[in-house]
Design a protein around this ligand. Structure first.
Ligand code: TYD
Ligand code: MG
Length: 457
């Protein structure tokens, strides 16, 4: 009989080390190593499972294999399906991460109800709430449907056998942090347990063809149980984001084996659960009133979908000490760079001002094409001159002050005109010739020229 083997697992990166240490030798985090006992079965399982599978499945020509993607399980919520890449893929496992209270359980219960209404069996395994509590929520969101089954347990093996006997099309497991395997020591939510839960559920999904939606709470570092510990074990990582007090929720894929990671789904938390936001683009523009100083609209491309988004800036005289620069929704370093470019190339000095930049509606924009709108909002606030009516901006600002056109500018212009805007100010296109440019597409060479044509005099 082999001696019980103890390893120390980092709660941050999942790295194993044979001895305890104050600092994780893998990722360098402090005080993150926790003793875990690996049951002998765990180490032996992977190769034997692989062998068993190889034995069961004959070698098959690829042409005669049916694609799992062909039989996607559409959730009935277009915003969710878009992010999944067209629906849940049978036999796959998707991790739904997000802050506590953001609405993960609500959303998945709604999906359960919709799938059941379409004739599927859904099993909702709850380790967090009682079945009575789930029933209460289901009444609120219209998910009391025949075909939705509940199981309350915190034991992984019990959950697995419930999935096996119910054989549902979708199994929701809420949450990865509350289940524990009897084969491992270590508390619920520790790296060893969380990994075991995800790995065993993934195995069960593949073996049975069930889709598993695994809920995971995000830690204060912004990840589910330490970065990267779960990502490689699941097929998709979907984050539900939003400001706690606002109602907007964004669904985004951080990883998706079966789809793009650029798509966003826009949802709204209401009294009766999550609602899809029909006209997402209008959602991120604060008002249709006369333009005010310090606001500029850009058309962001999130995946294949253009979204009109308002960027707001406030430049206020600073007190003593170094001025404050704070942002929500855009990278603060990008804003610092734009402040420097405005000073050097547009004669706008912000050294004596506190600067705040905000993206309306709780969206986060990472693409450089937002630069021009951010810079314009800053200039507009400082000079107290609004952006000309019916004008949107999209383009990257270089350190030299020059502009680069936004990719797929025509697509963005189309969305802008749909919303009633008339002009899209951008930089010189990449490779596109000047003639044949659609009317409404206005090209500026540098930031000074762009400000000259966009700010009211
Ligand atoms: P929940 O789904 O429990 O969040 P999570 O599972 O991510 O922790 O959502 C909890 C919050 O959502 C709670 O503050 C109440 C609110 N809520 C609504 O606003 N409308 C609803 O229909 C429901 C069910 C919850
Ligand atoms: Mg929950």
């Amino acid at each position: 009989m082999p001696a019980v083997k103890t390893t120390y697992l980092c709660q941050q990166c999942g790295g194993a080390s044979p001895k305890w240490a104050g600092q994780c030798p893998t990722c360098g985090a402090w005080n993150t190593l926790v003793e875990s006992v690996a049951a002998p079965r765990t180490s032996a399982r992977a190769p034997s499972a692989a062998r068993a599978m190889a034995g069961a499945a004959a070698v098959t020509p690829i042409g005669s294999v049916e694609s799992a993607e062909a039989s996607r399980l559409t959730s009935g919520m277009a915003e969710v399906d878009r992010v999944l890449g067209g629906g849940f893929v049978p036999g796959s496992i998707a991790l739904f991460g997000g802050d506590p209270g953001i609405g993960k359980s609500t959303l998945l219960l709604q999906l359960a109800g919709r799938l059941a209404r379409a004739g599927n069996t859904v099993l909702y395994v709850t380790g967090e709430e009682s079945v009575g509590q789930i029933r209460g929520r289901a009444e609120r969101v219209g998910a009391v449907v025949e075909g939705v089954h509940l199981a309350a347990t915190t034991d992984l093996e019990t959950a697995l056998s419930a999935i096996e006997s119910a054989n549902p099309a979708l199994a929701v497991v809420d949450s990865v942090q509350t289940l524990t395997s009897g084969e491992l020591t270590g508390p619920a939510g520790s790296v060893g347990q969380v990994r075991e839960v995800a790995a065993r559920l993934a195995e069960a999904a593949k073996a049975s063809g069930t889709c598993v939606a695994l809920v995971g709470h995000v830690t204060k570092e912004g990840t589910v149980a330490g970065p990267r510990t779960l990502e490689h074990l699941v097929d998709a990582v979907i984050y539900l984001e939003g400001e706690r007090l606002g109602a907007t929720r964004l669904l985004r894929a951080a990883k998706n084996r079966f789809g793009s990671t650029d798509e966003v789904g826009v949802l709204e938390m209401r009294g009766d659960g999550m609602a899809e936001v029909a006209d997402a683009s209008r959602f991120f523009i604060e008002s249709d009133e006369a333009p005010t100083a310090g606001a500029a609209v850009t058309i962001a491309l999130e995946g294949t979908r253009p979204l009109a988004v308002e960027i707001q800036a406030l430049c206020a005289p600073a007190g003593y000490g170094s001025p404050r620069r704070a942002t929500t929704g855009v990278d603060v370093n990008r804003v610092l760079m734009l402040i420097a470019v405005l000073a050097r190339h547009a004669g706008l000095n912000l050294t004596g001002h506190d600067v705040y930049v905000n993206v309306a509606g709780g969206l986060r924009i990472d693409e450089p094409a937002a630069d021009l709108a951010v810079a314009t909002a800053l200039a507009s606030s400082l000079r107290e001159r609004p952006v000309r009516a019916a004008t949107v901006l999209a383009g990257e600002v270089a350190l030299s002050g020059r502009l680069r056109g936004a990719v797929r500018a025509e697509r963005r212009l189309l969305e802008a005109s749909r919303l009633g805007f008339q002009r899209l100010v951008t930089g010189p296109g990449r490779g596109a010739s000047d003639d044949g440019r659609p009317s409404g597409l206005v090209v500026a060479r540098d930031i000074r020229e762009a400000l000259g044509m966009t700010l009211e005099s």
